[in-house]
Write a protein that binds this ligand. Structure first.
Ligand SMILES: [Zn+2]
Length: 346
């Protein structure tokens, strides 16, 4: 714009100011605006620099260098070791509805999501605490341990896998047998732990259940097995499969002695478990929403080349199709088991 015209126009002050600032193209477009005061131009400049600082870039103008905040070095420089971690297990997120709450809150709610009632996977310790009066129980047959008699090696040797699992957890095998009082009934409860090689059925699980049955026969106490397993333990091959027949035979001894056996299926109960003693209970019951089946849904879908119905292999689906006697929520578990045992006794 010729200088005379600028002097005559309303934009005079604005135009001069910009020139002094050695401004960039963006702001100079605003020159024609009579309402844009010099202070406003400065403010725009500041904001621009602030954004440049946030993104770790250096501004291009002289002003940027004298701005309020300046990043001396780019990027995150804290090493992983120095990082301040949130203590693990303090907060937890529901895998079903993403509700976030503290572990303490979840524990008080028996590991059932307060929002949508999703049953979180828990181990034998938690089930024993839910079932036995005052958390008092005796754990049996802990001395029986797995052994790598086939010298089986997949990604690592079976022996090494066992030792690592013993080291990582305080569980000795994929099932624990506890005995104690459930309300007014003396009871034996076998509960699987998924964290011990996927709760897989090995010779130790078979032997512990067999001895639990002997204990029940001797003391005339009912038996309940809480299933949570991926199926047979492939590292024990045929020895694992033999347990299916062995446990089934032992359970028939309970039937002969007219002692009740209850099978509680929890998420997930798959493979050999659901193909044998998981479905052999006088009562077969399950937790809500538990995934129960023999082969997984993906394998079935690929085999039959058909889409599977909604809720396939969930407890509600199985109840509808006659596989289960009833579904029990964790909060009612103790009460229902005690009631059922009272009914069976009379
Ligand atoms: Zn939830």
């Amino acid at each position: 714009m010729p200088i005379d015209e600028v002097k005559k126009s309303d934009h005079f002050i604005v135009a001069l100011k910009i020139e002094n600032l050695e401004n960039n193209a963006k702001v100079s477009q605003e020159t024609g605006n009579p309402y844009l005061s010099p202070s406003k131009i400065c403010l725009m400049k500041r904001e621009e620099d602030f954004e440049a600082n946030l993104s770790g870039e250096e501004g291009t103008t002289e002003e940027t260098k004298s701005s309020w905040f300046k990043r001396i070095k780019k990027g995150i420089l804290t090493s992983t070791a120095e990082k301040k971690e949130t203590p693990e297990g303090l907060w937890t997120k529901c895998p079903s509805c993403n509700y976030i709450c503290t572990v303490t809150e979840l524990r008080e709610n028996l590991f059932v999501c307060p929002k949508d009632g999703h049953h979180h996977r828990i181990g034998s310790d938690e089930y024993f605490e839910i079932l036995f009066n005052d958390n008092k129980y005796e754990v049996l047959f802990e001395n029986i341990r797995s052994k790598d008699f086939l010298h089986f090696t997949d990604l690592k040797s079976y022996q090494k896998r066992l030792e690592e699992t013993w080291h990582k957890t305080d569980i000795t095998d994929s099932i624990r047998i506890g005995t104690g009082q459930v309300r007014e009934h003396h009871m034996v409860v076998g509960c699987m732990d998924f964290e011990f090689i996927g709760g897989s059925l090995g010779s130790v699980m078979g032997e512990r259940i067999a001895r639990a049955v002997d204990y029940c026969l001797q003391h005339k106490t009912p038996l309940m097995i809480i299933c949570k397993s991926g199926g047979a333990r492939m590292m024990e091959s045929a020895f694992s499969l033999m347990q299916l027949a062995k446990v089934s035979a032992k359970l028939s001894q309970l039937t002969d002695a007219r002692i009740p056996y209850i099978s509680l299926l929890t998420d997930p109960s798959f493979g050999g478990i659901s193909a044998s003693f998981g479905m052999l209970g006088d009562l077969n019951i399950a937790e809500p929403g538990a995934l129960i089946g023999f082969a997984g849904p993906r394998v079935i879908r690929e085999t039959i080349k058909k889409d599977l119905p909604e809720g396939f292999q969930r407890s509600e689906f199985l109840l509808e199709h006659g596989f289960l006697d009833f579904i029990v929520s964790r909060k009612e578990l103790k009460h229902k088991i005690a009631t059922v045992l009272t009914l069976l006794k009379n």
